[in-house]
Design a protein around this ligand. Structure first.
Ligand SMILES: [Zn+2]
Length: 421
């Protein structure tokens, strides 16, 4: 791996003065003023250098299927579920691989170097999982994938949910998923969380459960996750995704719950793009928007990530895989607009998801892996205001995506931003 010196870059933790960053052997070797010359140099011209993005929540098995076999006319969760169940039997390994790879290249162009994706395992042939296992192996070291075995139709509500989970573990998934609010009874939901977390301990996997993704304020499975995480000794290895029901909780209950979530070391992912359009559908006016209690969770010291979730699938026909756009929406939606609050947004795309992913030292500091984004803009605020194309993306010190006068190139090829027809 070649050495690289990035001159005149702004590094948020070091204040407004530009500095030089030397990269050696894939790591950040030195940060300082006027570092000695290197064979390869890049002038940042005052642009910001940040850690790369870690995308903690997406669904690469369904990505780029929007419009097939027909559009979601109502835009609802239920029409999306009906469409996905029509698409699922038609999936083949190569098409899943190609669609997922295309979306991952879009993500890489935006500075994403690590991705956790859920994969629907309610399919006896596990076609999508096999495709994504192959893709995980092919991209390792360039864009690292974590696969979550996700029983989309229920761990117990789907006839072979548990058997398919065990098969997915044997095939090598990284994380175990679940969907307790979708099980037939409250009791089944509780049982599913308990079984999934005990399997995670037994097989030494991380956990990421779609939890309480509903407007029903009686949906209270995160408390079960917290209790079981403590009992199984899985602190720091368990993520709760969505949590939109928390928006409707009474303050007294939310306060108790957040305290136990913190004690259990639960990570949280909020997905503002999908949930803003999928939730609130049973409300009259005023109409809620599906949303977890992000500000309270951040203030309580929870580790909270912002996910992109869908990219052009039956549930959300928009999206290009840019986490910055999700954070831009979250800034408005969670009212993270105060001068002391806006800095949360970049952390929710970098260090916080990195902690849930299990990465160490995902920051612009000496000794850390050189997984970086170079920007033309000088500050995080300017990036959030203008949502600019990234100037360059580095993985282990190698430039994997860069912008030129003719557009973006990724892994040395021009980026194709058009979706499949
Ligand atoms: Zn999801």
């Amino acid at each position: 791996m070649n050495d690289l010196l990035i001159r005149n870059a702004r590094v948020a933790a070091r204040g407004p003065e530009p500095c030089d960053v030397r990269i050696t052997g894939g790591r950040i070797a030195a940060i300082g003023a006027d570092l000695p010359a290197a064979a390869a140099e890049l002038d940042a011209a005052g642009g910001m250098l940040t850690p790369s993005f870690v995308e903690l929540h997406c669904h690469l098995d369904a990505t780029l299927t929007a419009g097939t076999p027909r559009p979601n006319r109502s835009g609802t969760l239920w029409e999306g579920i009906a469409l996905w169940s029509e698409i699922k039997p038609t999936l083949d390994e190569d098409s899943v691989y190609r669609r997922a790879r295309k979306t991952l290249l879009w993500m890489l162009s935006h500075g994403v170097t690590h991705v956790r994706t859920h994969v629907d395992i309610c399919d006896p042939s596990l076609v999508a999982l096999r495709a994504l296992l192959r893709l995980r192996a092919d991209l390792r070291g360039t864009l690292d994938l974590q696969l979550v075995a996700f029983p989309q139709e229920g761990f117990y509500a789907y006839a072979d949910g548990e058997a398919l989970m065990l098969e997915s573990i044997a095939l090598g998934v990284d994380c175990l998923g679940g969907i307790p609010h979708f099980e037939i009874t409250r009791e089944d939901g509780v049982r599913s969380v308990e079984r999934i977390l005990s399997l995670a301990r037994e097989h030494q996997r991380r956990v990421d459960i779609h939890c309480d993704e509903t407007d029903d304020d009686q949906s209270r499975f995160v408390e079960v996750m917290a209790a079981r995480t403590l009992r199984e000794g899985l602190e720091g290895r368990v993520t709760a995704s969505h949590l939109t029901a928390s928006h409707g909780y009474h303050g007294a209950y939310a306060g108790k719950l957040i305290g136990y979530m913190r004690r259990a070391g639960l990570h949280v992912v909020t997905n503002p793009l999908d949930n803003s359009v999928l939730q609130g559908r049973f409300d009259g006016y005023p109409m809620r928007r599906g949303h977890a209690r992000i500000k309270e969770m951040l203030q309580a010291g929870l580790n909270v990530a912002c996910g992109h979730d869908s990219v052009m699938d039956p549930w959300y026909p928009m999206g290009d895989g840019d986490p910055l756009k999700a954070a831009f929406v979250l800034m408005h939606y969670a009212q993270l607009i105060g001068a002391d609050e806006r800095p949360w947004l970049f952390r929710m795309l970098t260090g916080m998801p990195a902690a849930a992913f299990g990465l160490e030292r995902h920051a612009v500091v000496e000794g850390a892996p050189a997984d970086l984004i170079l920007w033309d803009v000088p500050t995080e605020d300017e990036a959030l205001r203008r949502l600019p194309a990234r100037r360059a993306v580095l993985r282990n010190g190698t430039i994997v995506a860069e912008r030129s006068a003719v557009g973006m190139s990724v892994l040395g090829e021009p980026l194709d931003t058009t979706p499949p027809v």
